[in-house]
Design a protein around this ligand. Structure first.
Ligand code: GDD
Ligand code: MN
Length: 383
């Protein structure tokens, strides 16, 4: 492939390498083997005359995306590949890709051809004339459209997410869920320490972390349909978005992961109560037995949700999931001891209502913190 618009420097061994690119296009991939070559071809066409490079960040896709990317890179020095093993996650992949760039401008776009690559030159123009620091491709400004690329459930969820982001964080993007944007690299370097590598809402994270310090332009685009492969984002990731919103809202004092764990824990209380009443009312179980059974039901749904959501990047499957569930029961069991222990320390004989409440809450917090800390080490330990 010809290296259009890139000045060449000669290496001692005669191999030609392009000089530093002006634009890096970060392409996070998970199972995009068939889409990637098509996309690189399209970039080659649409970015003719611009010194660009593509940085593919692949999370060890089982379909061999990384090998496919290496094969392209062997022919085209503008293509670089980062293969991450033992890690999963869109935001983290985007951050690593952006930080691997030395170009003035970095774009992030999906590698599945759903994003309209013809927008890239327009985004670059908007940034390089100095008018903006961040150019966002939006499906919700005049001329943009989600097209048929998004299911109706996802579309309405996306609308709600926008309103929440505005309400809680004052982020007034028309499409904060967009995964397609371009930013000055200097701004990425500045904001990177404040970004969360968990989840998939990298744009929202950037804008929220910048706290109004970025000049933003929005450009309309139509979200295309996927041709090869399937979406990796299920409906559960909406909760992931909520976690990021809350974590930013409380000023980053607690991690997104901890907040998700707490949200799951809160849902467990509801599950517990529902199971308790159902077992007593419908099955005529004794209170003690029903309470024990409800505890196990709630621990099990908590484990399942945490495995799907809080620890999506370390999800346990098969036998490992069973082992994980058992360690989770164990952790929660000790959590009860921590809970009651701390509560009894705070509680005193003849205590009034307030102290009882305080003791109960202190115990619950202790139990929750213990469960979180212990399960992160025992159940979802890093590979
Ligand atoms: N490295 C890496 N690791 N890449 C990933 C991962 C991951 O864990 N998960 C997804 N990707 C890549 C996909 O291969 C694809 O290139 C891109 O990220 C988007 O993933 P999709 O699975 O195609 O997402 P989508 O089309 O359902 O969601 C799109 O719309 C959302 C808004 O509704 C994306 O553009 C999202 O970014 C966007 O928020
Ligand atoms: Mn997609």
């Amino acid at each position: 492939m010809p290296v259009d618009g890139v000045s060449q420097t000669s290496e001692p061994d005669g191999a030609a390498r392009p000089a530093t690119a002006r634009l890096s296009v970060v392409l996070p991939t998970f199972n995009e083997r068939d889409n990637l070559p098509v996309l690189i071809d399209r970039l080659d066409t649409v970015l003719a005359g611009i010194a660009w490079e593509a940085i593919v960040v692949d999370d060890n896709s089982p379909d061999g995306t990384a090998e496919a990317a290496r094969a392209i890179a062997a022919r085209d020095p503008r293509v670089r590949v980062i293969r991450r093993v033992g890690r999963r996650g869109l935001s983290g992949a985007c951050i690593e890709g952006m930080l691997a760039s030395s170009a003035d401008y970095v774009a992030v776009m999906d590698a599945d051809l759903q994003h309209d690559e013809t927008l890239l030159p327009k985004m670059l123009a908007a940034l390089s004339n100095g008018a903006a620091d961040l150019a966002v491709a939006s499906r919700h400004v005049e001329g943009g459209d989600v097209g048929s690329g998004l299911s109706s459930v996802r579309a309405s969820g996306s609308g709600l997410a926008n309103r929440l982001a505005r309400l809680l964080l004052g982020v007034t993007l028309s499409d904060p869920m967009s995964g397609f944007f371009m930013i000055r690299r200097s701004e990425v370097e500045r904001l990177a320490p404040g970004l969360s590598s968990q989840g998939f809402k990298i744009l929202l994270d950037i804008v929220a972390t910048a706290r109004g310090s970025l000049r933003i332009v929005e450009l309309p685009f139509v979200f295309r349909e996927r041709l090869h492969g399937q979406s990796k984002l299920d409906t559960l990731v909406a909760l992931d978005f909520l976690g990021l919103l809350l974590s930013k809202f409380v000023g980053d004092v607690v991690s997104v992961r901890f907040l998700m764990f707490m949200m799951v824990g809160a849902s467990g209380v509801i599950v517990h109560m529902a199971a308790l009443f159902a077992l007593i009312e419908l099955e005529g179980m004794s209170f003690q037995l029903a309470q024990t059974a409800a505890t196990f039901v709630a621990m099990t749904t908590n484990f399942w949700l945490n495995n799907r959501l809080t620890y999506r990047d370390r999800r346990l499957r098969g036998l490992a999931a069973l082992r994980g569930l058992l360690t989770f029961y164990l952790v929660c069991g000790f959590g009860v001891i921590a809970n009651v222990g701390v509560a009894s320390l705070v509680y005193q004989e003849d205590a009034g209502r307030i102290l009882i409440g305080l003791a109960g809450a202190a115990g619950a917090v202790m139990g929750a913190v213990w469960n979180y800390a212990a399960s992160s080490v025992l159940t979802w330990r890093k590979a």
